[in-house]
Design a protein around this ligand. Structure first.
Ligand SMILES: Nc1ncnc2c1ncn2[C@@H]1O[C@H](COP(=O)(O)OP(=O)(O)OP(=O)(O)O)[C@@H](O)[C@H]1O
Length: 865
């Protein structure tokens, strides 16, 4: 087979020598196998069909051309019956995972059509082949195809007018959730939070089954769906009430959906049912073990829109999209893959429920106070593999023996884990105190059955320990006896023939043979049968040797089959315990996250914030959790924040508001003094507190926020053709339309992208609206010093500035936030430091003097006009 070659990418399509379009062939002239191929292809016109032929997965027709192009393989052709030659390329069957991963990454769905019987069984007729699986970006299971640090979500949406249902599942870990909402913007935000690898959309499109890659559009795709995801266009039938509801009832073996919490949410039910049908359609005989469906509401969590998530750099940095430098990077001290994924989920979905937050805090506190417990726990956790995904693979029948050994090793650590936390009293540690005995038994059984270091392939034997199955041991003993006989043969025959150079060898074509140099050929005994003549040697067989060989080969096949059967039974047993294992894995993951946060809190000197139901945000000596870690120890200058004290909320008349804890802070200061850093620091501290983490501060009282909004220096949105200013205005509009008095709003400049007076006017009106109408807790960083006047008119507005020390020829940044507005802008000074020519600086100072002399801005409050 010369179809694949990674060294010499030689894609040379020559359409004159083969047929590349399967729809154009005369099917009556195709040989049987190719007919089956095109009939299968008819069912999956939009996917790549990998068709198993012996040791290879082959593609024909257009798929062959595409495969060769995409993976840089050799394109060749093959005779397909009287019809003539058709395009062909292929990959070795044992590397299907690697090639499928590459294809899926490039946005293809891959259909695996495998041989489901042995060629020997077929005895001359066409080997039976069936589609065993359809692999798509949202249905990956294999370890090599998945990122251990993040979930791989498959989502399904149903949209009816302005209402929507969304279900999502990670089939590798078994999570399955559904929700419903009534504002399409919220659907977009949920999808942006989840970053699903694939989204199923029911449509009446003619090209059902096709997979749209990120950026590809279709008139059948609802407008509210972000273009950055991969969409699968599906039939509407499985997404109908009539189909979806019974599917869920049947899958979860319940009489009503009430127990699943979605009985009254028809769109959520339809999305979840449609998703289940897709899994059945793609996974074929590998049943996916999903956890019980959970219904949730987006308003049960702190809402952080995509813009804010980006601006606060929660999982990646804005500048280059890297993990390094993000909040997740700064906080992650987890020891397991499950913990890493859980921390990411927590950060993307912080809580608003104080009780939930406090139980996480209690656990962190206990782990901080008990250093030996924390250290032992972290050490033990490091020895626990990805139980969630290992269980997923066992449940779907794709786990190999190495997976089960890893699972057994991890399960057998659990009793140790529970002993370690036996005296703990915080909720997340108590959850680990009881390990269901069935899991210990399972671990024990796996260890007893499986060898310590089994091979990857599960059909080639070498998996099961001796002493497990008498039949297996007996057969192994026979094979070993025969192998020993062959091993002794060389010595025996040398003695018998007197030929010291006689050798016993093996090759795939002839099996075992006796090799004798040609010079000694005349000394060969009579029972030797000559089989092959080479330049210097003659190769012989004997009837005895062949008899033993036949016995070994059949016995080995039987042995391998028996081992495989024992293994699959074990795997099924693990699959049956999937729910129990996963429940415990969730507890392990949560404990891991909290243990990591405790470690971080100790290392970085974090404090436990007091979480309150009110609106106060009081932070004493807060620090930016990421910038602090990037600076040498002690270099970060801490700053305090005081916003929205309770008494402010109670006042109804603006005139009576107190000033020492304002709702809105106008923050001024020179470029690079630390305004943005301070702004983000407050947002990050609030967000960290609402995942239950301790925070970088000396002390804090934090009221629960319903949403965090940010508006930070926009970049041109080239993709949608919007200017910097329009992006900025859209974001500001979004904030003013959605913020409440319980929201935290962080504004880093508004109105910079237009004429100075336009910009200032908008900035003023926005600040005024936030302070008087919405009364959201707001920090507004700006270079418009005119905004400082607001504080004199509104008592819930205060001015703060980031201070600098001015020396004759330089400015020293103190990074200290203090009451009062900056009365001077250092823009021209910054220009000088940046190297603008002296004449330009001189002239700029002149112009500024003139402007200051002539411009007089008199602004009053809206209700005072
Ligand atoms: N509290 C602090 N302690 C130590 N260093 C700080 C502090 N705050 C900011 N810095 C440093 O100062 C740099 C500039 O800060 P930042 O970007 O927040 O300035 P800025 O006032 O927002 O500037 P501009 O007005 O130009 O946007 C940061 O990269 C950080 O390294």
């Amino acid at each position: 087979m010369t179809a694949s070659s990674s060294e010499t990418p030689s894609y040379k399509p020559d359409p004159s020598t083969f047929i590349a379009d399967h729809r154009q062939v005369d099917r009556s002239k195709l040989s049987q196998m190719y007919l089956h191929y095109v009939e299968t292809k008819d069912k999956y016109p939009h996917a790549m069909l990998l068709y198993r032929v012996g040791d290879f997965f082959e593609c024909y027709f257009q798929d062959a051309v595409t495969l060769a192009q995409e993976l840089e393989l050799v394109l060749t052709s093959k005779q397909a019956g009287e019809q003539g030659r058709v395009a062909m390329s292929g990959v070795p069957h044992h590397s299907w995972e690697r090639y499928t991963t590459l294809l899926v990454e490039k946005g293809y769905a891959v259909v695996i059509c495998d041989q489901v019987e042995d060629a020997a069984e077929a005895a001359g007729r066409l080997v039976r082949r069936e589609v065993t699986r359809v692999v798509t970006p949202g249905t990956l299971l294999e370890e090599g195809m998945l990122k251990s640090s993040r979930n791989n979500y498959l989502a399904a949406v149903v949209i009816a007018a302005n209402h929507w249902g969304l279900a999502y599942a990670d089939i590798s870990t078994g999570e399955f959730l559904t929700t419903q909402g009534s504002d399409l913007e919220h659907l977009t935000q949920e999808l942006m939070r989840l970053q699903p690898s694939e989204v199923l959309v029911p449509t009446n499109a003619p090209d059902l089954g096709s997979l749209l890659r990120p950026g590809e559009t279709s008139p059948h795709l609802p407008q509210c769906l972000p273009p950055s995801f991969c969409y699968s266009l599906r039939s509407q039938v499985p997404f109908s009430q009539g189909e979806a509801r019974p599917k869920l009832l049947q899958k979860f073996k319940v009489r009503s959906l009430e127990g699943l919490g979605c009985d009254h949410l028809p769109l959520a039910v339809r999305a979840a049912g449609g998703l289940l049908e897709y899994l059945e359609d793609t996974q074929k005989e590998n049943p996916i073990s999903l956890q019980r469906l959970r219904t949730y509401t987006t308003t049960d969590y702190l809402i952080v829109d995509n813009q804010t998530r980006r601006n606060l750099e929660i999982t990646q940095t804005v500048r280059d999209g890297t993990f390094h430098g993000s909040l997740l990077w700064a906080l992650d001290r987890t020891s397991t893959a499950m913990g890493g994924r859980a921390l990411r989920r927590w950060l993307l979905q912080p809580l608003i429920d104080i009780k939930g937050i406090r139980s996480r805090q209690d656990t962190i506190q206990e782990l901080m106070e008990n250093t030996p417990l924390r250290q032992d726990l972290r050490q033990l956790l490091r020895q626990i593999y990805d139980l969630e995904r290992l269980t997923g693979r066992a449940g779907s029948g794709t786990a190999n023996a190495k997976d089960l050994v890893a699972l057994a090793d991890s399960l057998s650590r659990l009793p140790e884990l529970s002993r370690l936390v036996a005296d703990a009293h915080s909720p997340f540690l108590k959850a680990l105190q009881k390990v269901p005995p069935i899991l210990e038994e399972l671990a024990q059984k796996l260890h007893v059955h499986l060898v310590e270091s089994p091979p990857i392939h599960i059909k080639e034997g070498g998996l099961i320990r001796p002493g497990v199955n008498p039949q297996l041991d007996e057969r192994k003993a026979t094979v070993e006896a025969d192998q020993q006989w062959i091993a002794n043969l060389e010595v025996d025959e040398r003695a018998r023939t007197g030929i010291p150079t006689l050798k016993v060898g093996f090759n795939k074509t002839f099996g075992y043979y006796i090799s004798i140099s040609r010079a000694k050929a005349d000394q060969v005994p009579a029972n030797y049968i000559r089989k092959q003549t080479l330049t210097n040697e003659e190769r012989y067989i004997t009837p005895d040797l062949k008899e033993r060989e036949a016995r070994i080969l059949t016995a080995r096949d039987d042995l391998n089959q028996l081992e495989y059967e024992i293994f699959t039974t074990l795997r099924e047993e693990v699959g049956q315990q999937a729910d129990v294992i996963r429940n415990l894995s969730r507890a392990v993951a949560a404990a891991d996250v909290l243990c990591g946060l405790a470690e971080l809190a100790v290392q970085q000197g974090y404090c436990r914030p007091e979480m309150l139901p009110g609106r106060e945000i009081a932070i004493v000596d807060g620090r930016h959790p990421v910038v602090e870690q990037s600076l040498p120890s002690g270099f970060f200058v801490p700053n305090s924040t005081q916003l929205g004290q309770e008494s402010v909320e109670k006042a109804t008349d603006n005139q009576q508001l107190i000033t020492d804890s304002p709702d809105l802070i106008i923050l001024t200061g020179p470029n690079a003094s630390g305004k943005s850093c301070y702004l983000r620091q407050v947002g990050l501290i609030q967000l960290m507190a609402q995942i239950g983490s301790f925070i970088p501060a000396k002390f804090a009282h934090l009221g629960i926020c319903d949403r965090i909004f940010t508006r930070v220096g926009a970049v041109d949105d080239l993709a949608t053709g919007q200017s910097t200013f329009m992006v900025e205005m859209n974001e500001t509009a979004n904030i003013l339309n959605h913020a409440t008095s319980r929201s935290l709003v962080l504004l880093d400049e508004i109105g910079r992208g237009t004429a100075t007076f336009d910009g200032l006017s908008i900035a003023w009106a926005v600040a005024e609206y936030l302070a008087t109408e919405i009364r959201a807790r707001t920090i507004f960083a700006t270079h418009y010093h005119e905004l400082n006047e607001l504080a004199g008119m509104l008592s819930n507005v205060a001015n703060y500035q980031v201070t600098v020390k001015e020396l004759p020829d330089q400015i020293i940044f103190l990074h200290q936030v203090q009451p009062g507005g900056a009365d001077k802008s250092y823009g021209i000074e910054a220009g000088r430091l940046a190297g603008l020519p002296a004449v330009v600086i001189q002239r700029a100072k002149q112009v500024m003097g003139q402007i200051e002399k002539h411009s007089k801005i008199a602004i009053g409050l809206k209700n005072l006009e």
